[in-house]
Design a protein around this ligand. Structure first.
Ligand SMILES: NC(=O)c1ccc[n+]([C@@H]2O[C@H](COP(=O)([O-])OP(=O)(O)OC[C@H]3O[C@@H](n4cnc5c(N)ncnc54)[C@H](OP(=O)(O)O)[C@@H]3O)[C@@H](O)[C@H]2O)c1
Length: 205
């Protein structure tokens, strides 16, 4: 397996889980960046995992950049990436996705980063499950993009992390995958299933 250079932009609960899973379960080179150079959450990950704080050059030369910031911070994250032309994994979910008539976070990023290959993935998986995929059956990672090569690369990464990669079709479908993320939040909190409630897609035969 080729060693990829992967950066994680956004080092909170979900970004931290993704960086930890990538570092512990793959051989790729991992860089992290929080909201600014002095980000405490980023420094914590660097100290705990032995990953590297991403410089602007690290970001621009990454094969894959995960964007794991609050949906309200997407424009700031996109500005940090500037003219990036690699693969972007959009993980952000807006609390009003599917209700506000606005594009998905993934489509918003694609509009802001026209040179990048944006892939929607991991939006419906809790950070707890990213850290520990569990043994009760394979959790699905829904992967949607308009770029088949980028979708294949991110699907491969999802498999490496222990998830069942499901072809989610084009980036226009990201809104549904992001809505599943909000549904997972409601199932965890309102229905009381907790932060390990997960989706598994399969064909009935
Ligand atoms: N938590 C989950 O289980 C989960 C699952 C699926 C999807 N998501 C989605 O993932 C996104 C992040 O969620 P979270 O729970 O990780 O939130 P969080 O714990 O609040 O972390 C947000 C992170 O974003 C960083 N950030 C803010 N503005 C930034 C910018 N302009 N550039 C770079 N980094 C920036 C913050 O950096 P500092 O620490 O430096 O302030 C912080 O590390 C949300 O859209 C959420 O819907 C979360």
């Amino acid at each position: 397996m080729e060693t990829l250079k992967i950066s994680v932009l956004g080092t909170g609960d979900m970004g931290g889980a993704i960086a930890t899973a990538l570092k512990k379960r793959t051989n790729h080179t991992i860089h992290v960046r929080g909201s600014n150079d002095a980000s405490i959450s980023s420094k914590k990950l660097v100290g705990e995992l032995g990953v590297t704080a991403a410089t602007p050059q690290d970001l621009s030369t990454s094969d894959i950049v995960f964007i794991v910031v609050p949906a309200t911070e997407l424009s700031g994250a996109a500005a940090t990436l500037g003219g990036y032309t690699g693969i972007v994994v959009a993980v952000s979910v807006s609390g009003t996705v599917g209700r506000d008539g606005r594009p998905s976070s993934a489509e918003t990023l694609a509009a802001s980063l026209p040179g990048a290959k944006v892939v929607s993935a991991f939006t419906s998986i809790w950070s707890d499950v990213i850290r520990t995929p569990g043994t009760d059956g394979q959790v699905s990672a829904f992967v949607a993009s308009d770029h088949e090569d980028a979708k294949a690369a991110v699907s491969g990464l999802a498999k490496e992390l222990g998830f069942h990669a499901i072809n989610g079709g084009s980036l226009a479908n990201a809104v549904y995958a992001e809505a599943m993320g909000m549904f997972a939040v409601r199932l965890a909190i309102d229905s009381g299933y907790g932060r390990t409630i997960s989706f598994s897609a399969f064909n009935v035969r």
